[in-house]
Write a protein that binds this ligand. Structure first.
Ligand code: IDP
Ligand code: MG
Length: 140
């Protein structure tokens, strides 16, 4: 295994309920390090651009509205196999299908308001990290 970087977003349903610390405890408890972090309130254009890959899905408009309904916390997580490890810690997209102990099982409100985003491949991770962070923002 090699050290990977992945992009995580704590979504508005979770920041609204003050769950940032509880969610970060899951990442850190599983051995992922937070090497960059930034709280921001996305504009509609920014959320649409971030989720452009889903532009033709029926839920796209609702997803964008949800993602701009409050602040998010964008973070770079680092660790051994961080991309897949983060996806495991997050749990399935639909919290009804998520494993016990995962973030989505414990905290998600619905398949849409599911508390966290995580990159799903090395290509996506590189692209998504560069969307939110400059090199100087990321601790070496
Ligand atoms: P992921 O976040 O587990 O990678 P994706 O399929 O990439 O799931 O979908 C991106 C986001 O779009 C999900 O996290 C969720 O917020 C939302 N989403 C996905 N599927 C649905 C759906 O069927 N209805 C409503 N929202 C959805
Ligand atoms: Mg995805």
């Amino acid at each position: 295994m090699t050290i990977e970087h992945t992009l995580s977003i704590i979504k508005p349903d979770a920041t609204r309920r003050n769950l940032t610390g509880a969610i970060n405890a899951k990442f850190e408890g599983a051995g992922l390090s937070i090497i960059a972090t930034r709280r921001l309130h996305l504009t509609q254009a920014q959320a649409e651009a971030f989720y452009a890959v889903h532009a033709h899905r029926p839920f796209f408009k609702d997803l964008v509205s949800f993602m701009i309904s409050g602040p998010v916390v964008a973070q770079v997580l680092a660790g051994e196999g961080a991309i897949l490890k983060n996806r495991d810690i997050m749990g399935a997209t639909n919290p009804a299908n998520a494993e016990p102990g995962t973030i989505r099982k414990e905290f998600a409100e619905s398949i849409e308001a599911n508390s966290v985003h995580g990159s799903d491949s090395p290509e996506a991770a590189a692209q998504e990290i560069s969307y939110f962070f400059a090199g100087i923002d990321i601790v070496k």
